[in-house]
Design a protein around this ligand. Structure first.
Ligand code: 13P
Ligand code: SF4
Length: 362
């Protein structure tokens, strides 16, 4: 039962004390978030993994790429645990390393490898945090960098200073929305389809490109539409529409603001009582904000419930299991279940790309 699970999780956490830190992404369900020592967006959670060097274990209530990132940044002795190994991210899976390497070879054949007169290399690879450790490693190895939805513009600035153009993975929407806001014209942002030669582009359009967008997307955020925004504005005059930048460009353009999950949380926290918000992001976060701020009216743009099905796979039952295993069952030894380990050959260059992000400043 729920009460039983609650008691088990609390007892295990109390026994473990500072030996374990539980991190929770904003999209986790309330039944999990209540046990998190830190709750945040993907950037904040990557930083959090760096701030708990004494913990033996980091239990990451989020998805696979986030746990990989924590393992890359954590000390070698620290175990990063993903309570359910089936909690992946379909967007991250859209940029597999083999397709990326093929694309890189095709682009290198067009652009060459020589820097221009101002020392900028032909292409800088930039990957969204929502990607495999292998892709982060690829970026680290090829002069590239990682970004999250909270620092994408800063990271693109960093990349444009060092490269003539950017190859952006895996989320076409975050790439397009960010580059557009920075003044890059749409016609200079061709999309790369890994199933087609030259990604489905002509050589001329690639030579003219400023940002080449990998054709990945988030299946949760692509559901939001301009029609939903129009409906919210008609039914709630004065509503503020805030969406995540993984939404398609017309949706971001029609919204009042777009930003990371933490941006959305802070915008609501700062609003005067009685404000009305229509939010375009994952439902668990929106519902929690609606409960936390009864003085506001907060609703999801999409009235058909749209959870991130993989975030939802972190059930409190799995959390209880990994924590109790760490305690040791019936006086037995402490066991680390579901450890996420990134091989050092991949982790080392991935760390380079992550550290570039962590030190890039606006
Ligand atoms: P944030 O970086 O805003 O937390 O987003 C992560 C994510 O997976 C959004 O779908
Ligand atoms: Fe991946 Fe989308 Fe889920 Fe975020 S909401 S973890 S991008 S599938």
């Amino acid at each position: 039962s729920k009460a039983e699970l609650d008691a088990r999780i609390r007892a295990a956490k109390a026994t473990l004390g500072d030996r374990v830190v539980v991190l929770g992404h904003f999209y986790q369900r309330d039944e999990v978030v209540q046990y998190a020592d830190f709750v945040g967006d993907s950037f904040q959670l990557a930083n959090a993994a760096l701030t708990v060097p004494e913990a033996e274990a980091i239990v990451f209530c989020g998805v696979h790429f986030m746990a990989e990132t924590a393992d890359i940044l954590a000390r070698p002795q620290q175990a990063v645990i993903l309570p359910n190994l089936a909690a992946g991210c379909s967007m991250a899976d859209m940029a597999d390393i083999d397709s990326v390497e093929e694309a890189w070879a095709e682009l290198s054949a067009i652009y060459g490898t020589e820097p221009d007169a101002s020392g900028r290399v032909p292409v800088i690879p930039v990957t969204y945090m929502n990607s495999s450790a292998a892709l982060k490693g690829f970026c680290g190895q090829n002069g590239g960098i990682v970004c999250t939805s909270s620092n994408a513009a800063t990271v693109l600035e960093w990349a444009f200073e060092r490269g003539q153009r950017v190859l952006f993975f895996p989320d076409q929407h975050l790439g397009r929305n960010t580059a557009k806001a920075m003044g890059v014209p749409l016609e200079r942002m061709p999309m790369w389809n890994p199933r087609k030669a030259l990604g489905g582009n002509s050589e001329e359009s690639l030579l003219d490109a400023q940002v080449i967008l990998w054709h990945g997307f988030c299946s949760v955020h692509k559901r939001f539409t301009v029609a939903q925004i129009e409906k919210a504005r008609a039914s709630h005059p004065g509503v503020q529409v805030i969406v995540h930048p993984e939404c398609p460009m017309p949706v971001v353009d029609a919204a009042d603001a777009a930003g990371s999950t933490d941006f959305i949380v802070k915008a609501i926290a700062a609003a005067p009582a009685g404000s009305t918000f229509a939010i375009g992001t994952e439902i668990n976060l929106v519902q929690r904000l609606a409960n936390e701020y009864p003085q506001h009216t907060i609703f999801c743009l999409d009235d058909v419930i749209c959870p991130c099905s993989t975030m939802y796979r972190i059930h409190p039952g799995y959390l209880a299991w990994v924590l109790e295993s760490l305690v040791g069952v019936d006086g037995g030894p402490s066991v680390v279940q579901n450890r996420i380990v990134v091989d050092e050959a991949v982790a080392a260059p991935a760390r380079v790309a992550l550290e570039r992000m962590l030190s890039a400043r606006p």
